[in-house]
Design a protein around this ligand. Sequence first.
Ligand code: DSN
Length: 449
Amino acid sequence: MIILGLNMSIKSLNAREAYEAILRSLEKHHEMMRFSLPMIASENIPSPAVREALASDFGNRYAEGWVGERLYAGCQYIDEVESIAIELGKKLFHAEFVDVRPISGVVANLAAFTAFTKPGDVVFSCSVPTGGHISHAKKTIGGTAGAIRELDVYNYPFDEKNFNIDVDKTEAMIKEMDSSGKKPKMFILGASVFLFPHPVKEIADLAKNYDAKIVYDGAHVAGLIAGGIFQDPLVEGADIFTLSTHKTLAGPQHGAIVSWSKYAESIKRIVFPGLTSNHHLHAVAGVAIAFAEALEFYKDYAKAIVTNAKTLGQALYERGFNVLYDNRGFTESHMILIDVSAYGNGFEVEKKLEECNILVNRNLLPYDKRMGRDYRAPGGIRIGVQELTRLGMGKSEMIEIADIMKKAIIDRTPSKEIKEKVIELRKSFQKVNYCFSSINDAYEYIKIR
Ligand code: DSN
C-alpha cells in the first residue's frame, strides 16, 4: 500500500517516518470529515466533552468488577463516574438496571444471549438482507448468535411491502416447529436497517407461550428512544435492551445493557468476568456525558433527526431516486433505504459518492438475494441523517443534499464539481449541537503531544 500524498510504500517506512505518517493520516482524516457529508447510519460525532473524556487518563486504568467492588486500587473517581452513568442510564431509558461495561454492542448482545440461552437453543432474528445485524445471524454466515453462541437461528418471515416482521407468519412458523419438538427460547428484535418500530408487544405475547425471552437490539435507535420518539422496548415487553452508544446516541464507541432488576445479577456476572476484563473506562466517562446530553437535549434532537430523514427521503424520491417505503413515509427513524440498481449497484454508487465527499454505505435490500446480488455489490444504499442533524442541518439542507445527490448519481455530473458544492455547504456547519458546550469545532484535531 502506498501512503496517499507521500508516494512511499508503507513497508519501506522506518519508525520515525511511520510515526509521522500515522499522525499525518489522523490530521488528514479530520480535515476530510470537516468538509464531507457523513451519512453512515451507524456513526455520529460526539461532543467535545465526550472527546475530552476519551483523551483522559481513565483510558489507562483498570477497574475490573462492579462499582464499589473493584479489584484494583485508584478507582475512586472512576466509581463516581460509572455510578453517574448507571443512574443517568436508568432515568433515560426508564429502567431498573443498567450495565455500562460491555465494550460494544456485539458484546452486549453476546451477554444477553448468554443470559437467556444454551448452545443449541432455537432463536429468531431478522436476516441480514431484512436489516438484521451480523451478531444476530446464523452460523453459516459467521454471526455471533450462530457461530459463537452456537444457537440454532431461524429468521422471521418478513413483510417486504412494509419492511417489518410478519407476526402472523412467524406465529404459524413457530406452531409448525413446535409440532416437531422445536420450541423458541429467545426472540431477537431490532436491526441495522431499522426503518420502522418492530412488533415488540406482539412478539412478546407469542414468546410468553414458550417462556422465551425478548432481546431488543436498539443500537441504531438508542438516541431516538432516549428522545422519546421511537418505541420504548422495555415498556413494550422486552427483557433486555442492548445498545451501542455511538449511533443516534452520540457518545463514544462502546456498549450498554438496559434491563430489569430480576436479571441484574446474572448479567453482571456474564459481563465480568465472562465477557470483559477491563471495560474501557474513558469510554464509560464518555457514555456518562452522552447520557447527560441525551436527558437534556434529545427530545429536540431526536425529533429533528426523524424530520430530516423523512424530508431527505421525500426530496430524493421527488428527484427520481427509488427511495423505498414511500407507502410508509419512508422511515420513522434516522435512516432511509434506496434501491440504486438503476445506476449500477450499491458499491458503485457508494464509491461515486465517496469521490464527492458524500459518505454512505452500500446495503443489501430484502429482495437482493432473489436478484442474484450479494453484500459486495448489493442493490441498495443506506443513508442516516443523525450526524448532519447534530451538525445543525435542517430541512433546507436536506433538500440541497437531495439536489447534490441527484446531480452526482442521476445526472452523472463530474465528481470534482459535486465535491466543491459539498465543501461549500459544509463550511457553515462546523459545530456540534445538542450538547452543553461546543467551543471547539466538531472535527477539530486537538494536539496534546
Ligand atoms: N454494522 C453496523 C452498522 O453499520 O449498522 C452496526 O454495528
